[in-house]
Ligand binder design. Structure first.
Ligand SMILES: Nc1ncnc2c1ncn2[C@@H]1O[C@H](COP(=O)(O)OP(=O)(O)O)[C@@H](O)[C@H]1O
Ligand SMILES: [Mg+2]
Length: 369
């Protein structure tokens, strides 16, 4: 630790579809954290901020197949800018009690309202240091259209795509169908700022396009349509920021192995223990491919100006070329998630990884980075 005994606020739950996964992560991180004082703030599914007792968070795990959630009936948490920096307090009627000075914010939130630059902006306004990517990198990483534009202009290999706003689709469906057909089928239709594969469909013919667009629009008013990577392998790399301005550190590559050809890595296979999917760590690649994948992941991390951590997801086509599918600035982080598993396979265990992220966060400057 760069500070004697820093106070870290863990923020988890949230109003996104990944609420329970975030709670699981919070339980894992709290049980692993060492050398810090911890304060826990849960965001309920309705979006309210509450103060959660540490014993409760430490008990967050899968129990008889049920996932943990932030309880609604806890005292309200208030995050404010105090005289010496950020503070957390508890609201009791019209009084604030139990005020604690915060050295570092660690948001374990996935998806919109947490991974997308919104809470990072709040931390910068409060003048508190925080773990992970800054406002712009988080926002760009969350939006599959902005992300691909940034990667493309940085010379990174990305597939072709079309971004569609709902007004454009309603006004001129023929024109947009033609644009999509120009990508070649199959295509993948996605909410631009989704996650966990929710609202994503594979489309094989122009006739299936309207229904796929309607589905994606239920999640996000902005959607992207991407050329399908057919017959490709899915390779993922966990990247950590370098210490003291050193280059990013890529883990060994892992592979999402899908055992059926008609499927993709959807919500069920990600979280519900589908036996048609296995996570291979490390991925079975040649030494040259391993180095290519790691170098591309590090280059992507740098080009996108990410800090702290990111998981970089690649496609490997049958002739041996890598493409970047996406970058996640707050990847799944339970003990059985790909990011910690990849670091485990690279020689850094879960507790050491959590300590590393805290150290990297404390080494950042507060405010504009
Ligand atoms: N262009 C594509 N070609 C082939 N498969 C794709 C493509 N885009 C997504 N997929 C499949 O859908 C999954 C989820 O898509 P992804 O873009 O990673 O969204 P999310 O942010 O929800 O994880 C991928 O892991 C992959 O299995
Ligand atoms: Mg993905």
């Amino acid at each position: 630790m760069t500070q004697p005994r820093p106070t870290v606020v863990l923020i988890f739950g949230g109003a996104s579809s990944e609420h329970e996964i975030s709670c699981l992560t919070a339980g894992g991180v709290l049980r692993a954290i060492d050398g810090c004082d911890v304060v826990a703030v849960g965001i309920t599914a309705a979006g309210d901020w509450v103060r959660v007792p540490l014993e409760t968070v430490a008990g967050y795990q899968v129990t008889d197949g049920a996932l943990p959630r932030v309880a609604e009936d806890l005292p309200q948490a208030v995050l404010l800018r105090g005289p010496r920096g950020a503070q957390i307090g508890t609201r009791e009627g019209d009084r604030l009690t139990d005020l604690v000075d915060i050295d570092l914010a660690f948001a374990l939130l996935h998806g919109p309202y947490g991974e997308d630059g919104t809470i990072q902006g709040l931390f910068e306004m409060l003048g508190v240091r925080y773990v992970g990517a800054g406002v712009a990198a988080s926002a760009i990483g969350m939006d599959k259209d902005l992300m691909k534009r940034a990667m493309w202009s940085a010379g990174l290999p990305v597939g072709r795509w079309v971004a569609i706003n709902p007004g454009h689709w309603q006004r001129d469906p023929e024109r947009w169908t033609a644009a999509v057909t120009g990508l070649g089928y199959p295509v993948f239709v996605k909410p631009a700022r989704g996650g966990s594969s929710l609202g994503i469909s594979r489309v094989d013919t122009p006739e299936q396009l309207p229904a796929a667009i309607e589905l994606a629009l239920r999640y996000d008013p902005k959607i992207v349509v991407e050329a399908g990577f057919v017959g490709c392998r899915e390779i993922e790399i966990a990247v950590l920021q370098g210490r003291d301005g050193q280059p990013p550190r890529p883990s060994v590559p892992g592979e999402i192995v899908l055992h059926r050809h008609d499927m993709f890595y959807d919500f069920e296979s990600k979280y519900l223990g589908d036996e048609d999917v296995t996570l291979d760590t490390p991925a079975k690649l040649t030494p040259e491919q391993t180095e290519q994948a790691r170098a591309l992941a590090a280059r992507t991390f740098d080009a996108m100006n990410v800090e702290g951590l990111a998981r970089v997801d690649l496609f490997l086509n049958p002739v041996g070329e890598f493409f970047v599918n996406e970058l996640n600035t707050m990847p799944g982080f339970t003990r059985t998630s790909m990011f910690p598993l990849l670091w485990q396979a690279s020689g850094l265990g879960y507790s050491a990884l959590v300590g590393e992220l805290i150290d990297l966060g404390l080494a950042q400057r507060p405010g504009l980075r």
